[in-house]
Design a protein around this ligand. Structure first.
Ligand SMILES: NC(=O)c1ccc[n+]([C@@H]2O[C@H](COP(=O)([O-])OP(=O)(O)OC[C@H]3O[C@@H](n4cnc5c(N)ncnc54)[C@H](OP(=O)(O)O)[C@@H]3O)[C@@H](O)[C@H]2O)c1
Length: 236
């Protein structure tokens, strides 16, 4: 998958990591960048094509696939977190995370799969999170939705292989966007995440670990849970 000359579509491109991805695509010579957003009037990047897209609205997803029928690179970046814990959080918050991060992304993948096939195969990049791999004091509804998205990424990679579509998962930890504004922790720069992501797509990689925390948590998947969660051992 060559970024240069590609026709890319980024969901949630009005701010944060999506905006950085759209900017990086323009800088790398994508021939067209659809900057999709719930409120396209908020798109402030020169050189992109604004497109209205709420990924939880089926009519808008279908219309986006019709309008952006020349897309060769689909970037599923749009996502929400409500920080809800699973046991005491509001179920409507947990449902919204699943509806957006998992089912919304799935509906975009389903709508664009024939578009990518018609354009030679192309590629999909899904923006995951280390929270798919880590239980935490809160945000576990979000984590569950990202774990579902991880499984989705692996599944559609296999399902779309025969049409030549490359499917890459981007895993990242805390990054300096509105989503993490309330947390005083070390954060990646969105531009650095965007560069790592597109380097990975360009190189044909199936997974991009954007930072050291993502690398460490990937490695921890092979450990016994008692090593990853030492504080819970003996607490029950
Ligand atoms: N920041 C982090 O630390 C971090 C870490 C790991 C993964 N991520 C992931 O990175 C992606 C981008 O997040 P961010 O950090 O850039 O957060 P952000 O600044 O909160 O941006 C989220 C973007 O998603 C859009 N969005 C939300 N719901 C949508 C919907 N139903 N349809 C279309 N667009 C929708 C938002 O649009 P509106 O402006 O209309 O709300 C916004 O453009 C997300 O998938 C997030 O889970 C972020």
């Amino acid at each position: 998958m060559q970024i240069e000359g590609s026709v890319a579509l980024v969901t949630g491109a009005n701010r944060g990591i999506g905006r950085a991805l759209a900017q990086e695509l323009v800088d790398r010579g994508a021939s067209k960048v659809y900057a999709a957003a719930r409120h396209p009037e908020q798109i402030d990047l020169p050189g992109v094509v604004p497109l209205r897209l709420d990924i939880t609205t089926p009519e808008q997803v279908a219309e986006a696939a019709r309008v952006a029928s020349d897309t060769t690179l689909l970037i599923n970046n749009a996502g929400v977190t409500t920080y809800a814990p699973l046991v005491t959080g509001d179920l409507s918050d947990i449902r919204r995370e699943m509806d957006t991060n998992y089912l919304g992304t799935l509906s975009v993948v389903r709508a664009f799969a024939p578009v990518l096939a018609a354009n030679g195969g192309g590629a999909i990049l899904n923006v995951l999170s280390v929270m798919a791999w880590l239980g935490y004091e809160h945000s576990n509804g979000y984590g569950a939705s990202k774990a579902a998205l991880w499984a989705l990424t692996n599944g559609v990679r296999v399902e779309l292989a025969s049409q030549g579509t490359q499917v890459t998962g981007l895993v990242l930890a805390s990054t300096d966007t509105d989503m993490m504004a309330g947390f005083d922790v070390p954060k990646n720069r969105p531009e650095d995440v965007a560069r790592a992501a597109l380097d990975g797509v360009d190189a044909g990689r199936l997974e991009v670990l954007a930072d050291a925390d993502s690398v460490a948590l990937k490695a921890a998947l092979s450990r016994d849970p008692s090593e990853t969660y030492p504080k819970v051992v003996g607490a029950a």
